[in-house]
Design a binder for this molecule. Structure first.
Ligand code: GLN
Length: 306
């Protein structure tokens, strides 16, 4: 597809998602997210040549939340290769992202890197490897987007830190099973800040292009082996939208990663990334309007490899 074709697709996706804008509920368990206007919407596509096409509020920053988990995982895989898979599994849990039950049953080895305990273990590893997990994620996002201003929203980070008792419970349970390398408060401080990074659809689409380029970054260097890039995409497809991943695979048919800030990132390996954002989420934590947008994107372009 040419650049004008992509721009046309973006406009049509924005129109298709319009009836769903405002649907769902903002994630008010994190108080600062509860204040976001639910009627916002943006959509962007970035192609592997680094071009980006946006529609709606595609340049407006929103809170990245769990989409940060895929950048943390990619950095850890880039450093440690496969070592992380001794500490976290590769299977969907079929449970909510912050459930304690599967973690108890698996004796502190989280089911996958995208449920909260799995992501906390990945951040713990990144902190161990680099000394600054949040800083490493921010540096990657800044480099891939070319935006040196990209930063955490301190109010949201504080909001997460003061209300994050469920995440603390998960992290201490992991620690009790002997699967934490750093003190829990230190790892969580990095985890809450990585979740509170502000980024727009356009920038997020650019930041994740290495997954569409089979592991290669914007400057041509390699972050992931081809095998690990395929692996991250596979875990996005099977676990990226939590206990709704099966339905997403059916509806959208692309590797996706969602966040309770209302963003969903999708990867079309070899072609492009697409990011939709609408703050209203369903009871599984996935944005209603962003899901509708990605479904429309695949219908309009036929880009699902499935
Ligand atoms: N920061 C959020 C939490 O830990 C991330 C959850 C999400 O986006 N699914 O609960």
């Amino acid at each position: 597809m040419s650049a004008t074709d992509y721009q046309d697709v973006v406009e049509r996706v924005v129109a298709a998602a319009r009836p769903y804008v405002g649907a769902g509920k903002v994630a008010d368990y994190i108080p600062s997210l509860g204040e976001v206007d639910p009627n916002r919407f943006g959509f962007a596509v970035a192609t592997v040549d680094g071009r980006v096409h946006g529609g709606g509020e595609s340049a407006t920053p929103f809170t990245i939340e769990s989409i940060s988990k895929l950048f943390a995982l990619s950095l850890v895989l880039g450093h440690d290769g496969k070592e992380i898979w001794k500490r976290v599994g590769q299977e969907p849990t079929g449970d909510p992202f912050n459930s304690l039950i599967p973690l108890q049953l698996s004796k502190g080895i989280p089911g996958n890197p995208f449920v909260n305990p799995g992501a906390i273990v990945v951040t713990d590893q990144l902190l161990h490897d680099t000394g600054d997990a949040y800083g490493a994620i921010r540096a990657l996002l800044r480099a891939e987007t070319g935006d040196p201003q990209l930063h955490v929203d301190a109010v949201t980070a504080h909001s997460e830190e003061t209300t994050g008792n469920r995440d603390r419970a998960l992290a201490y349970l992991v620690a009790d099973f002997g699967n934490m390398l750093n003190p829990v408060p230190e790892t969580l401080n990095h985890y809450f800040r990585q979740c509170s990074i502000m980024i727009s659809c356009e920038k997020l689409a650019l930041a994740a292009l290495f997954l569409a380029r089979r592991g290669v970054r914007a400057d041509g260097s390699r972050l992931l082996s081809e095998e690990d890039a395929r692996g991250v995409n596979a875990i996005m497809l099977t676990c990226g939208t939590y206990n709704e991943a099966g339905e997403f695979a059916y509806r959208v048919g692309l590797p996706c990663k969602s966040g309770v800030g209302g963003g969903i990132l999708a990867v079309v390996p070899g072609r492009c990334t697409a990011v939709a954002w609408g703050p209203g989420v369903d009871d599984k934590g996935n944005s209603v309007s962003a899901a509708a947008a990605l479904e429309a994107f695949v219908k309009l372009t036929g880009l699902s490899p499935l």
